[in-house]
Design a protein around this ligand. Structure first.
Ligand code: ADP
Ligand code: NA
Length: 329
């Protein structure tokens, strides 16, 4: 029986955060035995916003090192860089011609991102088309599952809509993909403003924890994380800062929020935050050690992504050929 297919990606537009790690990478590890997995570094997505070329290339290797250090096994899963597989761009154009302006205008991430820009700032067409490229990423592997954080759920649904439309206007071509959202790490929040998600593109460094942050930095950032004046560790929407820290613990230790709340009964935020910091450090230290080790051998990492691109191209090109044939190319 053919294994189900998993595809997911992170864009190298900044350093990997704890949100990316818990919402995506950590969730990916468990799929590797049961499914055929493709894990991508989405550099084409990163350039929807202008990047410093040298830094972008450096981050690609860094993310690959973090993937492997976190437990993604390149002998089982295909680890690759998006731009190394031209089928993504080619499929994206065909899908662009089968997507509507209207449905793209309704994407909340696009609306949020452009709302934040100052007036008269020009918005790249790439930012608008981003979800179509993401649909191509998913559909050219005939992915069944797309493990992502909740912020990407709408984009996976769009990929599904586009696939369905293509299938019905031509003939059956694509598998309809489904998002897989982790329970407690669906949306790790900003440490300074727990009403919005933690993001690597935030200007305030205290807003996020980076996977490669040293222990003292993690302690400091968690120490400064916004809480509230209640002073009691509860799991409730009325205490979003505390709730977020509990979710972080649950995602790392695989426990339930109630258990965390119970273990901090009668204790204050200082003690609670010290514990949160230690849990994160304990989780990330081995990843950091391994990632830094891997980064000392760049040619080995390049070998891994070259091999990954070959495997990914082989799978993607088969589907791309079908697409081309159906539209008459
Ligand atoms: P970012 O918004 O940090 O630039 P990406 O767009 O590269 O992240 O997303 C990579 C993956 O990480 C996606 O699956 C996304 O849903 C997930 N992700 C990003 N931020 C968070 C978060 N704060 N909580 C949970 N998952 C997240
Ligand atoms: Na995102």
């Amino acid at each position: 029986e053919k294994k189900k297919i998993v595809l997911s990606a992170i864009k190298p537009s900044g350093e990997i955060t704890l949100g990316n790690y818990l919402g995506a990478i950590k969730n990916w590890i468990g799929f590797q035995d049961e499914y055929e997995c493709f894990y991508c570094i989405a550099d084409l997505h990163a350039i929807t916003v202008r990047q410093e070329p040298r830094l972008l290339r450096k981050r690609v290797l860094e993310i690959l090192a973090i993937y492997i250090a976190s437990g993604l096994d390149y002998t089982k899963s295909t680890l690759f860089v998006q731009s190394h597989v031209p089928a993504h761009s080619e499929a994206s154009w065909i899908l662009t011609c089968n997507a509507n302006m209207g449905e793209l205008s309704r994407m909340t991430q696009y609306k949020d991102k452009t709302a934040k820009l100052k007036e008269n700032t020009s918005i790249s067409a790439g930012l608008f088309n981003y979800p179509v490229l993401m649909a191509a990423d998913i559909l050219i592997y005939n992915a069944d599952f797309v493990p992502v954080g909740i912020d990407q759920k709408q984009h996976v649904e769009l990929a599904r809509d586009i696939a369905q439309r293509f299938n019905s206007s031509y003939s059956d071509t694509f598998t309809l993909p489904e998002a897989k959202i982790p329970e407690n790490a669906a949306k790790i929040m900003d440490l300074q403003d727990p009403s919005k998600k933690m993001s690597k593109s935030d200007d305030n460094q205290n807003s996020y924890i980076l996977v490669l942050d040293p222990p003292d930095v993690i302690r400091r950032k968690i120490g400064r994380a916004v809480t509230d004046s209640v002073g009691v560790v509860n799991y409730t929407d009325e205490q979003p800062g505390v709730k977020n820290l509990i979710n972080i613990i649950c995602a790392i230790k695989n426990v339930k929020p109630d258990e965390v709340v119970a273990s901090f009964e009668g204790k204050g935020y200082k003690e609670f935050k010290e514990y949160v910091a230690e849990v994160i450090i304990e989780e990330l230290e081995p990843v950091q050690k391994k990632a830094n080790e891997l980064l000392t051998d760049k040619s080995k990492l390049e070998e891994i992504y070259t091999e990954g691109a070959m495997k990914a191209s082989y799978a993607a090109t088969k589907v791309l050929r079908k697409m081309q044939k159906k539209v008459g190319l």
